[in-house]
Structures are given as structure tokens and as C-alpha cells.
Design a protein around this ligand. Structure first.
Ligand code: S3P
Length: 176
């Protein structure tokens, strides 16, 4: 099976969805932030503070290239993963599209994300076209419920082969 790659802005629910999807499909889950933290033995916040964002993006690009050689994984990507370049080479890409308003509510007590600050809305607006251009399908989520997202993905991914979806550029917009 091609890897299934979840992208979207910080706090849109990629990690939770990936874990549930991995459980359902009995596949291994890779959370890119956790993988980088493990390899550096530092938190994302510490990596940003000590080495800067550019260094972090370089680690992401290396990880992207490494994951592109693997299959059968459910991959949850950090919100700006590898600057959203060449993501499709890692697998079938699903964009979880949640409004900024909902994200802000989910992250209101978050202290772990160095880029979720007063400029986050600007970053969100800048990133949206990149997510749209980098995905094979987009799930427009109005209320975050990981179990329902997984159910929809299960039906969608089971119904059509991932290769066929890619070839025909199927980009359903699913709202729930
Ligand atoms: C980032 C998102 C974070 C993490 C880092 C940078 C971003 O991941 O990779 O703080 O640039 O959007 P989540 O999307 O899991 O919060």
C-alpha cells in the first residue's frame, strides 16, 4: 500500500487522525515532529530556539526523502513539512482543512508550537493554497471528530485505488 500522508495547518487533527487510521489499517504511524524530536533528542521548541527554523526545515526535507522510499505507512506531517514541497512523492496526500477559528480554539492553551503566535492567521492564509496544491484529496472539516474523518477515509480509500485517484486528479471536497 502507498503511504497515506496527512497534511494541514497546526492543530487540525493530523496526529489524532493518523493514530486512529493506523489502528484501523494495522499500519505503522510516523509523526514527523515526533520522529525529528526523537532523532535530535530535543523538543521542536528547543530545535527552533537552538538551531532556527531553516535547520528544522532541512531535517524535514531529509525525512521527506527518506519516507518517500518506504510504503505501508500512515504519515502525519508537521504543518509546514518540508515547506510543502514534493510531498506527493511520499504517498497519497490527504489535506485536513479546518478553519482558523476552530484551530485557534483547539490550540488556545498550546505552548509547544513556536509558530503558533500572533502571526498565525497570516501564516494560515499563506499556507492554504500550498495545502490545496499539494494534496490528492481535501477533507473539509467543520467539526473535528477523528473517528468520523477516519470513517470517511476508510470508505474513500477502500473504494478506489490510490493510483486511480492520482491519475484522474480526483479532488473531492468532503464536508462533515
Ligand atoms: C509547524 C507545525 C508543527 C511543527 C512546527 C512547525 C508549522 O507541527 O512541525 O512547530 O510550520 O506549521 P503541527 O502541525 O503538528 O503542529
Amino acid at each position: 500500500m502507498k503511504n497515506i500522508v496527512l497534511i494541514g495547518f497546526m492543530g487540525c487533527g493530523k496526529s489524532t487522525t493518523a493514530k486512529k487510521l493506523a489502528k484501523l489499517t494495522k499500519k505503522q504511524v510516523i509523526d514527523t515532529d515526533k520522529e525529528i524530536e526523537k532523532r535530535c533528542n530535543k523538543s521542536i521548541k528547543e530545535i527552533f530556539a537552538e538551531f532556527g527554523e531553516e535547520y528544522f526545515r532541512k531535517l524535514e526535507c531529509d525525512l521527506r526523502d527518506e519516507l518517500a522510499t518506504k510504503s505501508d505507512l500512515i504519515i502525519s506531517c508537521g504543518g509546514g513539512f518540508a515547506n510543502l514541497k514534493d510531498i506527493k512523492k511520499m504517498g497519497f496526500v490527504v489535506f485536513l482543512d479546518l478553519s482558523f477559528y476552530k484551530i485557534a480554539a483547539r490550540l488556545k492553551n498550546d505552548t509547544k508550537r513556536p509558530l503558533f503566535d500572533e502571526k498565525a492567521k497570516l501564516l494560515y492564509d499563506k499556507r492554504m493554497p500550498l495545502y490545496n496544491n499539494s494534496c490528492d484529496i481535501k477533507l473539509k472539516i467543520t467539526n473535528f471528530k477523528a473517528r468520523e474523518i477516519v470513517k470517511i477515509l476508510e470508505i474513500f480509500l477502500g473504494d478506489i485505488s490510490l493510483n486511480k485517484a492520482r491519475k484522474n486528479h480526483i479532488k473531492p471536497k468532503i464536508s462533515f
